[in-house]
Write a protein that binds this ligand. Structure first.
Ligand code: 0X9
Ligand code: CA
Ligand code: ZN
Length: 324
């Protein structure tokens, strides 16, 4: 955006224009829907990419979530890159064509537009993480969306109960309208009693990691996670990380979190999922604010990783030789 601290990054108006252009130029395989609105009333959009995009076919579905955290702008660029890769590659690249034909891919390119816009709105970045929802009885604004999910919410010292904290968990699970919108969308993909989404990635920055659940515990095999389910996450996460050069590990190996999307997607919805922490590896390389000159390289870096996830979406458990 022109007025932003780095015009090479995509602001929300530009993102909506890009979505519009993608679905107009590829109307057979790309559709967008507004699945809800943010606290301040901005559209939260889902882009579906699949053959016969207008029809709900019985195909494995894959979810990509971007920008729960406002300052992690590279994740919005990742969504833009994926939309272009999957639509421009269709009919050009045999592997992409096959995956778009056989999967239903949901991209949520910015689930925290209020936070993103706030972070970009000045001449310098504001280092904002949370949404922009006021908190009763406090002058501090915002809930950390990635601590507001309804699975073992606030259980384990992996979030804060103070509105002034960057990891404030909110007043109740799904108290953030953005989390409610995404959760309702995911629940709406239960068709005939079966969750259609088999696999997901939640994109963040930074540290170059591929993380899998659970985040609330250091335990691997715990209630809601069998040995085979853990091994599936570990094996698929490791295979995916070989493609992008990130470090694969359980979420809690980074630090304990509770109320994260990854724990909810697995614990509540049984969706095999990963959190990607994108470029850079460390703060010296720009932290949350690498220059926009890295966007092309660092989003293209995840092409093969995403294709591997899409490939395994028919049955992620086959990576350990098992069946769903
Ligand atoms: O703290 C977070 O929400 C993520 N890191 S970030 O620097 N992007 O804020 C990590 C979430 C990892 N997921 C779990 N630990 N469950
Ligand atoms: Ca289809
Ligand atoms: Zn994040």
């Amino acid at each position: 955006a022109l007025a932003s601290p780095d015009p090479g990054y995509t602001d929300h108006a530009e993102l909506l224009d890009i979505v519009e252009e993608v679905v107009t130029e590829h109307s057979g395989i790309a559709r967008s829907t507004v699945i809800g609105t943010s606290y301040e009333g901005r559209d939260i959009v889902a882009v579906k990419i699949s053959d016969n995009a207008a029809t709900d076919e019985d195909q494995p579905e894959v979810l990509f979530v971007h920008a729960q955290h406002a300052r992690e702008h590279l994740t919005v660029e990742m969504a833009v890159h994926l939309m272009h890769m999957l639509t421009d590659g269709y009919g050009e690249d045999a592997r992409i064509t096959e995956l778009v034909d056989s999967r239903e891919i949901w991209i949520l390119p910015n689930v925290n537009p209020d936070g993103s816009e706030y972070d970009m709105a000045g001449g310098t970045w504001r280092n904002w993480r949370k949404n922009r929802q006021p908190n009763a009885g406090s002058r501090s604004v915002g809930t950390d969306l990635n601590r507001n999910w309804d699975y073992r919410w606030g259980c384990c010292n992996g979030s804060s109960g103070s509105p002034s904290s960057a990891t404030y968990r909110g007043s109740a699970p799904e108290s953030a309208p953005e989390v409610r919108v995404i959760a309702d969308f995911v629940r709406s993909r239960v068709v005939g009693g079966e969750q259609q989404i088999t696999s997901a990635v939640d994109f963040h920055t930074y540290s170059e990691l591929v993380l899998w659940p659970f985040g609330y515990t250091y335990g691997e095999v715990v209630p809601g996670m069998t040995r085979e389910e853990y091994d599936t996450h570990e094996a698929l996460g490791t295979y995916i990380a070989q493609a992008n050069g990130y470090t694969p590990q359980q979420s809690s190996d980074l630090y304990i979190t509770d109320g994260s999307i990854g724990d909810w997607l697995w614990g509540d919805q049984r969706i095999v999922n990963f959190t990607f922490e994108m470029y850079p590896r460390n703060a010296r390389q720009g932290g949350f604010y690498p220059p926009s000159s890295v966007i092309e390289r660092e989003t293209a870096r995840n092409e093969e990783a995403v294709l591997r996830l899409l490939d395994y979406a028919d049955c992620p458990y086959r990576i350990v030789g098992a069946q769903a």
